[in-house]
Design a protein around this ligand. Sequence first.
Ligand SMILES: Nc1nc2c(ncn2[C@@H]2O[C@H](COP(=O)(O)OP(=O)(O)OP(=O)(O)O)[C@@H](O)[C@H]2O)c(=O)[nH]1
Ligand SMILES: [Mg+2]
Length: 238
Amino acid sequence: MKADASFVRSAASVDDLPRDGAAEIALVGRSNVGKSSLINALVRQRLARTSAAPGKTRLANIYRVRRGGGPPIYLVDLPGYGYARGGRDAAVEFEALTAGFFGRAGQAGCASPPDLTALLLVDARHPGLASDAAAWQWLQQTVRRCAVVATKIDKLARGERIRAMRELESVCETSVLPVSAVTGEGLDELWKLIDRQPSNRPPRPPSNNSSRSLPPPKGTGTPARRPPRSWSSRRSRT
Ligand SMILES: Nc1nc2c(ncn2[C@@H]2O[C@H](COP(=O)(O)OP(=O)(O)OP(=O)(O)O)[C@@H](O)[C@H]2O)c(=O)[nH]1
Ligand SMILES: [Mg+2]
């Protein structure tokens, strides 16, 4: 399906973030994990930008995407973590980089809380890193809807892939979607997950268990050792 996508802005503060209530998909992960590449692969364009001001900390790069006749969504490229100097704690670093973005829903003056989904990107070759585990813990407690995506899956041979996916799903206690920005593997599945966002669907009558949690991706990853909790549907702290 064709996607119309455009760069919106590089947000330096919470005030620069969208306020129109459109669904937002935030890509978070270590530096170099493949966040920008995945955005480009999803929209089939070289959109993801490098900052004009190198070294300046930015909150987020924002892209507006519309597929088919669907409503627009925002893909949000958050700063990469994992290169903190001075032994900074991984969880502290992650929270410092992303708290403004994920915490804004509870702030005064903010438009109605957006439909926000966090995708934690983990390099499939490094499934057990403490910084990723800390980020996943933080996201699960902070963001209502979050999921784990294993990037660069094309770099693994079959046996390595099975081991890596098993370890990652065990560490995160959820099903994980393997993707490759190079081969395109997993991108259709990822769009399906994105398209299941509440504001991406026509309104429907409320039901008790309808809205917030998403079903696990079908036919992806490897079977988890225990029943996966899949997409998190915890309530925000705020
Ligand atoms: N083989 C392979 N390489 C990839 C894939 N995705 C990204 N890469 C490579 O990984 C490197 C980092 O990719 P980026 O998309 O810039 O990573 P990033 O997470 O945006 O990095 P920061 O912006 O520094 O946080 C680049 O050299 C990409 O070409 C993939 O799916 N497969
Ligand atoms: Mg990037």
